[in-house]
Design a protein around this ligand. Structure first.
Ligand SMILES: Cc1ncc(C[n+]2csc(CCOP(=O)(O)OP(=O)(O)O)c2C)c(N)n1
Ligand SMILES: [Mg+2]
Length: 360
């Protein structure tokens, strides 16, 4: 018997706006002006929020904070493709997903100030809570998508995780499950080159993260994660495909974490300034600004107005967040489950007993 090739894999990379703002006319999805401007406004708003939270943390007014600087296009480009009924499963850096969904900025800030109320997501806003355990978001997204499929709901889910998460068992379990059950989900990896101090090269021997999709019978694509149009186009295709019964997609958005992992670490200890500079030159907001100006959708005056409004909105949100009455300690048990599991009930009782005995 001759040897036969039984599998051939191919993974594409897509970029539409290059680092200087030049557009590939053939690939440009030619989105309506309103949507483009909304995406721009939310990218600027997210960055303004992010810079402020970093400053507030340094002043002791925000607790440990995970910045999103440099990842605005990956987050807004993907979330902008969803319908309200779709579900989002973020990790801890996806501030843009909450803001885009209309969750009050002051509420999001309340979370980073240290209150569980910040993650008491209003009914009808289909954003899951911040989930710190790495790669858990992939399993949550696949599970919820499978549930939607069983119910016959035309709902799509999206799970956000990082390059480091792809070294966790949960990622592989999620991929396998998604492939086998053809779950209507998008597994969205923001490959920001670092998992705290571990470089991307140490996570995997493969050329891309996207190619891992092929082994699980899942579609895979790599996009320039700092190009909001490429992210939008790839995610929209994946979302539409999932909604129409075409199964899951793994998207690798190649981006860069420009800030520290969180305010608790110092990246100058493990990475070089040259690398940061390389990615600053590929800034997602700057290149989108050039694109919008060339299209005559944006000018200097409107650009300034959008930035000024973002600053105002952020300042207002801080005042509101700081004026919010903080929650009670037992609230940390209250919002994660519809029905609290027995072991959590026991822990809650124990805490309350302790607080009573200490008269805290
Ligand atoms: C299961 C689990 N293991 C370890 C950690 C500690 N931890 C927090 S963030 C992180 C790195 C994650 O890197 P990546 O997936 O690339 O996401 P990024 O922070 O870069 O967005 C680790 C190991 C955790 N939160 N959960
Ligand atoms: Mg990472």
């Amino acid at each position: 018997m001759p040897i036969q090739q039984i599998f051939e894999g191919k993974i594409n990379n897509m970029q539409i706006i290059d680092k200087d703002g030049n557009v590939d006319e053939l690939l440009d999805p030619k989105l309506p002006k309103d949507l483009l401007l909304k995406m721009y406004i939310y990218m600027v708003l997210t960055r303004t929020f992010d810079q402020k939270c970093m400053n507030l943390q340094r002043q002791g007014r925000v607790l440990t904070y995970a910045p999103s600087l440099g990842q605005e296009a990956a987050q807004i480009g993907s979330v902008a493709t969803l319908e309200d009924k779709d579900w989002i499963f973020p990790s801890y850096r996806e501030h843009a997903t909450y803001l885009w969904r209309g969750i009050e900025m002051s509420q999001l800030m309340t979370y980073w100030i240290g209150s569980e109320l910040g993650m008491k997501i209003p009914e009808g806003k289909n954003n899951f809570l911040v989930s710190i355990p790495i790669a858990s978001q992939a399993l949550h997204a696949v599970g919820a998508a499978w549930a939607a499929k069983l119910r016959g709901d035309k709902v799509v889910t999206i799970g956000y995780f990082g390059d480091g998460a792809t070294s966790e068992g949960e990622f592989h379990e999620a991929m396998n499950f998604a492939g086998v059950y053809q779950a209507p989900c998008v597994l969205f990896c923001q490959n920001n080159q670092w998992a705290i101090s571990t470089a991307r090269k140490k996570q995997t021997a493969t050329t891309s993260i996207a190619q891992k999709a092929l082994a699980y019978g899942v579609k895979g694509i790599q996009v320039d994660g700092n190009d909001v149009l490429a992210v939008y186009k790839a995610t929209k295709e994946a979302v539409d495909n999932a909604r129409n019964g075409g199964g899951p997609t793994l998207i690798e958005a190649v981006t860069f974490r420009r800030g520290p992992h969180t305010t608790a670490d110092d990246p100058t200890k493990y990475r070089k300034e040259d690398e940061v500079k390389y990615w600053e030159e590929r800034d997602p907001i700057r290149r989108f600004t050039v694109y919008l100006k060339k299209a005559n959708y944006l000018n200097d005056e409107l650009e300034k107005k959008i930035l000024d409004r973002s600053v105002e909105e952020v300042e207002k949100a801080i005042l509101e967040a700081e004026a919010t009455k903080m929650d009670n300690p037992e609230d940390m048990f209250n919002y994660a489950f519809g029905t609290m599991p027995v072991y959590l009930q026991e822990q809650k009782n124990e805490l309350m007993e302790y607080l009573r005995s200490k008269k805290v």
